[in-house]
Design a protein around this ligand. Structure first.
Ligand code: ZN
Ligand code: ZN
Length: 344
């Protein structure tokens, strides 16, 4: 597969797409009907369908009977941790194995020309991005994920969360299922913007940003506080008219759904001629430049707040202008302070 048909590679070996990243054609006025119709299949396939199907599979085969979940018990919590850990290992591991261990598509469609395993860094535990990321994923990531899952299931089992049945409320639940990714986007943007404030960035979010060149295991490599805030998106279902399966979908959308944004490749090759879009470029640019693309462009929040970078030269210029403006503002404030000091 010739990736130069879709993008270009610079001297460092970094590949970038020719086309700027598009925000989803939702929330646009006037609505672009044709773009919307073309976009709809991508809304479901493949990613959202996988996360929704995994929630149904959990409900069918993994989640304990409701009576058992009325009291929180170490037995069923440990069982859920084990299943979550195995699923994360298999799902994340599949991308890692395919793209980073066996390097089946070498560096085709790879944003950053280098592979993290070739670069040691003191920022990571044991100076290894992979060991650091894997330990953080299983020590706090899957633990907090399971903790939230247990609390939510216990709440459903005891009637503390609104539990609608699919037989009686099919339309309400279909609507909630449809907006699960939108809830995620809104929640993620708010939480993410908050942890980019100086104090929280330093103590919490910088852990995730140590992976400047993200790879699959970077997805859930976070500080425990960020795990709680990020995966806490499931708590919306304490107030929404919902169902445990949709709560699981919300949780899996965050947990398994972090993967596409961090694979580090624009497209994953399947066989000789099939390509799957990762839609990772916006979030890759976030890892590269830090202060752009707080969201994933499902809702154009970054556009509204002026932090959108679509990878184009104009996007780059907008970002540089913003940085310049901030620098000037800081310099002016500093000058004012000094002038005040001199007159006192
Ligand atoms: Zn990230
Ligand atoms: Zn960030």
């Amino acid at each position: 597969m010739d990736d130069l048909k879709y993008g270009k590679r610079n001297k460092r070996g970094d590949w970038s797409p020719n086309e700027p990243v598009q925000t989803a054609p939702l929330f646009q006025f006037p609505p672009r009907l044709r773009a919307l119709l073309r976009w709809i299949p991508h809304y479901f396939f493949p990613w959202n369908a996988i996360f929704a199907a995994s929630a149904v599979a959990y409900w069918a085969w993994v989640i304990p009977p409701v009576e058992r979940m009325q009291t929180i018990g170490i037995g069923w919590a440990a069982w859920l941790y084990a299943v979550n850990a195995i699923c994360v290992l298999l799902f994340y591991g599949a991308f890692e194995l395919h793209l980073y261990v066996l390097k089946r598509q070498e560096n085709r469609f790879k944003y950053n020309g280098k592979f993290p395993a070739d670069q040691k860094s003191k920022a990571f535990w044991f100076e290894s991005q992979n060991i650091d990321n894997i330990l953080r994923t299983f020590l706090s990531g899957v633990t907090i994920w399971t903790g939230i899952e247990v609390v939510m299931l216990w709440a459903y089992a005891n009637g503390y969360a609104p539990w609608l049945s699919f037989a009686e409320n099919p339309w309400t639940l279909a609507l909630v299922a449809l907006v699960v990714p939108i809830i995620h986007e809104f929640h993620f943007f708010c939480v993410h913007r908050l942890i980019h404030t100086p104090f929280l960035y330093k103590w919490v979010h910088s852990v995730h940003h140590n992976s400047v060149n993200p790879s699959p295991w970077s997805s859930l490599s976070m500080h425990p506080v960020e795990h709680l805030m990020y995966l806490g998106t499931a708590f919306w279902h304490l107030i929404l008219p919902s169902n445990p399966i949709l709560m699981l979908y919300q949780l899996h959308y965050a947990g398994f759904g972090a993967i596409p944004g961090h694979v580090g490749f624009d497209k994953v090759e399947l066989g000789d001629d099939k390509l799957i879009d990762s839609h990772a470029y916006a979030h890759y640019l976030h890892h590269k430049y830090f202060e752009v693309n707080y969201g994933d462009a499902l809702i154009p929040l970054d556009k509204w707040f002026g932090t959108w970078h679509d990878g184009s030269a104009e996007g780059e210029a907008r970002m540089q202008a913003r940085y310049r403006q901030r620098k000037e503002k800081l310099a002016a404030r500093e000058a004012r302070k000094q002038a005040n000091g001199a007159t006192e």
